[in-house]
Design a protein around this ligand. Structure first.
Ligand code: ZN
Length: 278
């Protein structure tokens, strides 16, 4: 593919790579938030029968009858997709493509797979939060707490979708319930440190050569895609590469500095990695 050579050349010349990713990347990794597929059936078949749970996303936003059931769902989810995660070829290929360049990742994916694949935690901004941290549900204060160890304890004792009450997390300040730090209501706290790191990256590479590599973001996504495209329009030396299955919708304004690859992420990133290394 001629375009891949041109993209590889742009990456070679670039000062940094800015990765944008959404659920298309998760799906490539086998994590489908809104499918009632076999993986969902295997993991949550019992909760589907008991509560009419339709998909993971449904569970993430559900009004669970009790806190014990809410954390039963989350601990099982995290145990399966985070504790049980091994980095996938698509992530490893992305790592190779980025190589030794400076980079930053902006994503709406919350399952922390970038981090677990060896990308630096301080070089990512998870705009909708992540599954491995929690916050006060009120919220009475703005601190975000680690949740992974707690969730693993819960997962070990979860039965039939419920955890024992003594394992329920409590806000250290007000004693009230906690929520996983994922966008889902007005209580959601923005990760201001990560947002600041993103701004610092953008300041550092203002007027520099940056390849924006956008992975699996739907064409009408306003949260990540639209801001990234605006950024490319504003920055003269930025190149925009979007890989998505289906429509690509690259605006005329940035067409001349853009590459749109319509297809599955897995084979495209694998080929791009090969071209980058050749
Ligand atoms: Zn509180």
């Amino acid at each position: 593919m001629k375009e891949l050579k041109q993209i590889a050349e742009k990456i070679r010349e670039a000062d940094a790579v800015l990765v944008g990713a959404s659920n298309g990347l998760s799906i490539t990794e086998g994590l489908h938030l809104f499918a009632a597929d076999e993986a969902f059936q295997n993991l949550f078949g019992d909760l589907k029968v008991k509560y009419g749970l339709r998909c993971i996303l449904h569970g993430m936003g559900a009004q669970w009858p009790t806190e014990e059931e809410k954390w039963g769902f989350w601990s099982r989810l995290v145990h399966h997709y985070c504790s049980g995660y091994t980095s996938t070829p698509v992530m490893q290929n992305l790592k190779s493509i980025v190589g030794k360049k400076d980079y930053f990742i902006v994503t709406s994916n919350g399952e922390c797979h970038f981090e677990m694949s060896g990308f630096a935690p301080e070089k990512k901004y998870e705009v909708e939060g992540n599954w491995l941290t929690m916050q006060c549900a009120n919220p009475c204060h703005g601190k975000i707490y680690p949740a992974f160890d707690k969730l693993e304890e819960m997962a070990a004792e979860e039965q039939g979708g419920k955890i024992p009450s003594h394992l329920l997390p409590r806000c250290p300040r007000c004693g009230g319930p906690m929520e996983i730090h994922m966008a889902g209501g007005s209580w959601f706290l923005e990760d201001s440190d990560a947002k600041q790191n993103f701004h610092t990256f953008l300041e550092k590479y203002h007027n520099k050569k940056v390849v924006v590599l956008e992975l699996g973001i739907g064409p009408r996504n306003q949260l990540i895609k639209a801001p990234l495209m605006r950024l490319v329009a504003q920055e003269p030396e930025y190149t925009y590469v979007t890989i998505n299955l289906g429509e690509l919708l690259i605006p005329d304004q940035i067409q001349s500095k853009s590459f749109g690859l319509d297809g599955y992420l897995d084979p495209i990133l694998s080929q791009l990695k090969d071209v980058c290394q050749s």
